[in-house]
Design a binder for this molecule. Structure first.
Ligand code: ZN
Length: 199
């Protein structure tokens, strides 16, 4: 089949199929071999991989936005509604929504929560959150209260079924996010969607 352009480089379709891993092994091997010694195709491949990854995360963003629909303000900044589009792009790039304690980063009780954007959301999916402290060290134990839903933190992780979470997010009385350490100190947080990007 005509897989090569005039200059011997794989065409766009083939590159696409390679990145999506839908090529038969032999053809994939040929493409990999070519790319390994063609600077032009290496650059093209890198760009393609990045674009594909962003598409995937953008789909995830769409699904998480639906869960937060009753309290749009929680994601407004991330959604490019109130803050600048950069924050939304950062969330889309990193695949996470970030929240941090409303505290100085050097405070011993500073925390940072990462909510992973799920691929597809159904009522049986789980929202998964990581709870990190200073220097991105996981916080072993505590209690995360996210939109009113109380989640125990074990080994730096908390999770909840989307079906359960939906009941909490509907209640306008519930505050956004706070974390209570094992020591009992509870600190409220705010969304900071470009957290990782600033480092
Ligand atoms: Zn090439």
């Amino acid at each position: 089949m005509a897989i090569h352009e005039n200059n011997g480089c794989p065409n766009r379709e083939l590159m696409n199929a390679f990145v999506e891993r839908t090529l038969p092994p032999e053809t994939a091997g040929d493409v990999a071999m070519h790319v390994s010694h063609c600077e032009r195709c290496r650059t093209g491949m890198r760009e393609l991989v990045l674009v594909k990854a962003q598409e995937k995360v953008r789909e995830r963003w769409t699904s998480i936005r639906e869960v937060f629909a009753p309290r749009r303000e929680y994601l407004a900044a991330a959604d490019g509604q109130t803050a600048d589009q950069l924050q939304h792009d950062a969330a889309v790039r990193s695949g996470f929504i970030h929240f941090t304690a409303h505290l100085d980063e050097n405070d011993a009780d500073f925390w940072h929560v990462k909510l992973a954007l799920p691929t597809v959301i159904t009522n049986k999916s789980r929202l998964r959150l990581q709870v990190l402290g200073k220097n991105e060290q996981r916080i072993e134990r505590g209690e995360l209260v996210f939109c009113g839903a109380k989640m125990p933190v074990e080994q730096g992780r908390a999770s909840m079924l989307v079906s359960e979470f939906r009941a909490y997010i509907k209640n306008p009385e519930n505050s956004m996010i706070s974390f209570r350490r094992a020591t009992g100190r509870e600190i409220e947080g705010i969304p900071v969607l470009a957290y990782d990007m600033q480092r």
